[in-house]
Design a protein around this ligand. Sequence first.
Ligand code: SF4
Length: 361
Amino acid sequence: MIRIADIYINYGTDLQEITYEIMKEANIASRLKPDMRIGIKPNLVLARSADEGATTHPEIVEGIILYLQDTGIDDITILEGSWVGDSTQRAFKNCGYTKLQEKYGVKLLDTKRDNVIAKASKGLSLNVCESAVSVDYLINVPVLKGHCQTGLTCCLKNLKGCIPDSEKRRFHSLGLHKPIAALSAILRPSLHIVDSVCGDLSFEEGGNPVVANRIMLGFDPILLDSYGAQLIGYNPDDIKHLRIAKEYGLGNYVSDDTIIKELNEHNRPIVNTKSNNISRRLSKYIEEDSACSACYASLIYALDKIGGVNNEKIKIGQGFKGKTLDGLGVGKCTSGCKYYVKGCPPKANDIIEAIKGYNSI
Ligand code: SF4
């Protein structure tokens, strides 16, 4: 297989279209056979609409289904088990997945009702839902978002929906990180497509979406999670389950050798700052002019973690291109500022470091 890119990124608001496009770009068809049984694992942690920042947008899964069906595949199952105390059936219905079933003839499988098999991994015996193990090709479709206990939830933690409720409880009693890493040694999805459209700032149940209008595709969950961690303001080692999974040899962190291919980079959606509660709350620290949503999202994640800036407002957006200015700017467009954070879009962890330095001036 020719290595064209390790991570593919696409931007846009037509989620079905950008998903189809990113799969085509990565030539996923070359990895598939028509008689394969495909599993798609979204994040439907609870029955809440995707625009609230917790669950996978059904339009992304629709783009995946259309792509698969165009390659001749018809055995497609969407499998998920909501968190303990919530009904997966209700999540399927409220989050738009029942409609996908009706429209495309795909199957919906509630992993809470699935057979369970015991698997040994890294000194633990874990109970895993059979369907997740038995499909020929598993596509993981997590949401990149903050998490109050683990810091980040993305590719690795999303697999927790493939274990029964009793095991979800036990994971918490085991401290979450080690069993999440051990589970990722058992379940090795063939493909990951990350919904980074409007993941929550800090809670897995949503309510504080940060709009980035972005999706990412890759094959190494640790690579994607480590990149995602940086985007929302962490260093990969800050996320304990990621560190353990890497120590297990299950993947690599993002590095200078990682090939990242961006699509539509010159056509990124511009953020609508007025539509977002968090943006409104943090806007007192920001001077924005035509900022791309992914760029603005990085700044929001950074400001939330660091609590603000001492001096004047931080500049961000394409409107600052070519201008010579005082103060701190975020992103390549503000390279005319006295201090600025490189990147297009920059990562939140780089912005945090820059703000710390700037606050100490
Ligand atoms: S640096 Fe400019 S062009 Fe690049 S993402 Fe930010 S606002 Fe958009």
